[in-house]
Design a protein around this ligand. Structure first.
Ligand code: PFF
Length: 442
């Protein structure tokens, strides 16, 4: 066995973890879900979920990864509990489903970079989205996006992931701040802010049963939880890191980017008179394209925005591919380049149906986020909280400067609150998915 690669620089791990977390989930999925689910009421539940469920589960994954130094499928055997391997397999399955359609949405973004430069969507943004969202072109751009992801993964941890994340994450943040500042000057800004930021408590309690699974799925998706990405990344980690502060950094930056994305998208939506409830997977594309078509310097703004979205999507997508490739390398000694190309080709094929029919894309999205990721997170939490408890606590406090005093509160939150809430959420989410599938299929 060759020595396992580790992060080349101290900051490399954080940048890569943040690069995984920040992506289409923050900028495409978060705004349309918020707008579909009632605005500020959804935002409140989402933020609570990130803080009290997402953050502890992120630490659960860090503990498994750093302890086992393995990918999520092999981690359990390494920790002496081979019966739990299925939890890692569910995660890998979620990864397959997510990356297959994530790449299709990534393809839309590539398309919109070009369309912004040429002004292709200026005449009729809604019709333009319809033509590019599905069909042969969507399949072609899906192929291009997948090839880009494979290219970055094939180069390897040090050269690929770290260098890419170092440049991409800060530029994403800077660009969003500029666009949000611009959004603040628009005429619809104050109406937008009150929809997005002033929660209606009546609405919150009335819709809690539908808001909860949506917020949970989004919290897991946006933090890259439940499928072992964070297990894989932390498996390359030395013991000199404080897991709590690294985790807090990831959560804080990811949440800030999603929040900023809302500050960008909602003012544009309201200024264009787009009903926030209209939603759907095209909402962000259509509303922003409408905005760019009418604003001064719209072409440049459009290119900048979609380019930024593209690089954010790329860092997230390659984290998923990295999990799968890392599994092949650890188990079968597969050559990194060969493994990457083979898996990317399979994922491309699985994603094709979602590039042909938006209902299929929505179905993949719902099954992956509302069921598989939540199930994965629940299993990992049961494992760390109850099954591997002593080892978990031991790992949590390992290393100089660790937050030892937080280990007991953390494990009790995982054992009780996290497991209970995820179990309820999984039930609600599964019901939702069954109803939706019945409505779309029948
Ligand atoms: N967190 C990414 C985003 O918000 O776009 C998507 C993602 C990456 C989900 C990795 C799951 C994952 F394992």
């Amino acid at each position: 066995m060759p020595a396992r690669e580790t992060w080349a620089t101290r900051i490399g791990f954080i940048l890569a973890a943040v690069g995984s977390a920040v992506g289409l989930g923050n900028i495409w999925r978060f705004p349309f879900l918020t707008s579909d689910s009632g605005g500020a009421a959804f935002l409140v539940v989402y933020l609570l979920f990130v803080a009290f469920i997402g953050f502890p589960v992120l630490l659960v994954e860090f503990v498994i990864g750093r302890r086992s130094e393995r990918n999520p499928v092999n981690a359990f055997e390494r920790l002496g509990k081979p019966a739990w391997t299925f939890a890692g397999v569910i995660g890998a399955l979620a990864g397959f489903v997510i990356l297959s359609y994530y790449s299709v949405v990534g393809g839309w973004v590539l398309r919109y970079i070009i369309a912004s430069a040429t002004g292709a969507y200026f005449a009729d943004p809604a019709a333009y989205f319809e033509t590019v969202a599905t069909g042969t072109d969507a399949v072609a751009y899906h192929a291009v996006f997948m090839a880009l992801v494979a290219g970055v993964v094939a180069v390897g941890i040090r050269d690929g992931l770290e260098r890419a994340a170092k440049v991409m994450v800060p530029s994403v943040i800077v660009l969003l701040v500029i666009l949000a500042a611009y959004g603040a000057t628009l005429s619809g800004a104050s109406e937008a802010y009150s929809y997005y930021l002033a929660p209606d408590l009546g609405e919150l309690s009335g819709n809690l049963l539908s808001i909860l699974p949506a917020a949970a799925g989004q919290a897991f998706f946006t933090l890259s939880l439940g499928m072992g990405v964070m297990i894989t990344y932390s498996s390359y980690l030395g013991e000199d890191r404080n897991l709590v502060s690294d985790g807090l950094t990831v959560v804080a930056i990811d949440t800030m980017v999603a929040f900023l994305a809302g500050l960008v998208v909602f003012p544009f939506l309201f200024t264009q008179g787009v009903d926030p409830g209209e939603g759907g997977v095209g909402a962000v594309f259509i509303s922003l394209a409408t905005a760019f078509a009418q604003l001064p310097a719209g072409r440049i703004l459009g290119v900048v925005f979609f380019f930024m979205l593209g690089i954010a999507a790329l860092t997230s997508a390659f984290s998923i591919l990295e999990v799968i490739v890392s599994f092949l390398i650890d188990n079968f000694g597969v050559d990194r380049k060969v493994g990457t190309i083979a898996i990317a080709a399979i994922l491309f094929v699985i994603g094709i149906p979602t590039a042909l029919d938006l209902n299929v894309l929505t179905a993949y999205d719902a099954v992956a986020n509302n069921i598989l990721l939540i199930l994965g997170g629940l299993l990992l939490s049961i494992f760390v909280g109850w099954v591997y408890a002593e080892g978990s606590l031991d790992e949590f406090v390992r290393g100089a400067g660790s937050s030892a005093s937080l280990s007991t509160p953390w494990i009790w939150v995982v054992r009780t609150l996290v497991i209970a809430v995820l179990a309820v959420t999984l039930y609600l989410g599964t019901q939702d998915v069954i109803t939706t599938l019945q409505e779309t299929v029948l």
